[in-house]
Design a protein around this ligand. Structure first.
Ligand code: SF4
Length: 374
């Protein structure tokens, strides 16, 4: 497949890994802030290819994982109403709240539908005008444009039983908050490829300029990720942090400006709570006043209570990059993908799920093909 196979080529991957081994001269700590990167790194066994001096840590890159318990509880409360149909992406269904999950609510009779796009939820509302359909709007910059476009379409079509529960988040403010945390020692950032396709590589300039953080935008194939790690190591060792776009076949400097316009038309920035990181100014999105009639929380009088982490769960620290899943006493015992205690074990992009599935440092085998990495 064009743009995929050549970036999985085993000879290229081997050469890049060899180059990295020759290049690295000091410990370099790199954070990835994209759940798809986390999974790709494990799935392709990249950790086992890296020199020991390179340490990878995961950050707050999984939108389901960073959604705090109070919001999950509000989702579950909403699902309990007889006149409401919940439409959600599948990852959210099993995330535990304080008193059960959406899956629990469904077992108790709630009408919960898994959809693949917000437009599916709008179509559901159009087909069932006697019920209120609420789309659980969770996601980063990559997902939000389609949600904004769906709100605009709902308005155009005059669908008045469609609502969203806006829990969307944006990535730059938490990155800045992390960089201000003296406990976090990170030299470089593997910038999220999907988010960057919308906000553009220039969105990270402040991290290099103001915080001395090396930045590289990366794609999701093994060669993409290794090229970005090489770029980061070069910057760190040269003491010249900047933003390098290593995913030029998808990401531009300015990003998708049309998508950005649609989002700004429908949403406004607000302070938002992140699991593990607390409340961060302008890191969330709320519907603008002219679209308030689609706001499920306001129209259905649902409020978000203060969040509490599940007892013993270290998701908050994992999302801050200061813990690994094997630091959690529940990992692999009480907490497994079949019996998740925290969201990082539920989501397909969760760090704990990746560690459980691929076994800590990961294997040097690509699941997607017969390409066994060196
Ligand atoms: Fe939370 Fe489970 Fe991960 Fe521990 S292993 S941090 S309980 S999700």
């Amino acid at each position: 497949m064009k743009y995929v196979d050549e970036y999985r080529d085993r000879d290229l991957v081997r050469r890049l890994a060899d180059h990295l081994h020759h290049l690295v001269q000091r410990p370099v700590r790199i954070m990835e802030v994209c759940g798809t990167h986390t999974m790709a790194i494990f799935r392709h066994g990249l950790r086992s290819l890296l020199p020991g001096a390179i340490r990878l840590v995961s950050g707050p890159g999984c939108p389901v994982c960073v959604t705090p318990t109070g919001v999950i509880d509000a989702f579950v409360e909403l699902a309990g109403r007889d006149d409401v149909v919940i439409a959600t992406f599948g990852d959210m269904v099993r995330v535990p709240g304080s008193n059960g999950s959406l899956a629990t609510a469904r077992a108790e009779g709630a009408d919960i539908r898994v959809v693949y796009s917000p437009m599916d939820a709008l179509q559901l509302a159009a087909r069932q005008p006697e019920q209120m359909v609420v789309f659980l709007s969770v996601g980063f910059e990559t997902t939000t444009p389609t949600i904004a476009a769906t709100v605009l379409e709902a308005e155009r079509a005059g669908v008045d039983n469609f609502f969203i529960f806006a829990a969307n988040k944006v990535m730059p403010p938490p990155l800045e908050a992390l960089m201000r945390d003296p406990g976090l020692e990170v030299d470089g950032l593997l910038c999220p490829g999907h988010v960057s396709s919308i906000i553009g590589a220039d969105a990270y300039t402040f991290l290099a300029r103001d915080h001395g953080l090396a930045c590289a935008v990366a794609g999701f194939e093994p060669a993409d990720i290794l090229q970005a790690i090489i770029a980061l190591v070069r910057q760190v060792q040269a003491g010249r942090p900047k933003v390098e776009n290593c995913y030029g076949r998808v990401v531009t400097a300015a990003g998708n400006t049309r998508a950005g316009e649609i989002v700004r038309t429908v949403f406004r920035p607000v302070a938002s709570e992140w699991r593990g990181l607390g409340v961060i100014g302008k890191s969330g999105l709320a519907l603008r006043r002219q679209y308030a009639r689609f706001d499920a929380a306001a129209r259905l009088s649902i409020s978000v209570a203060p969040s509490r982490e599940p007892a013993g769960c270290r998701c908050g620290s994992i999302l801050k990059g200061i813990c690994s899943p094997d630091d959690c006493p529940l990992f692999g015992g009480r907490c497994t993908p079949a019996t998740p205690v925290g969201p990082c074990m539920v989501s397909t992009e969760g760090t704990c799920a990746a560690w459980y599935r691929y076994g800590g440092a990961g294997r040097a085998i690509s699941e997607n093909s017969n390409q066994v990495l060196p």
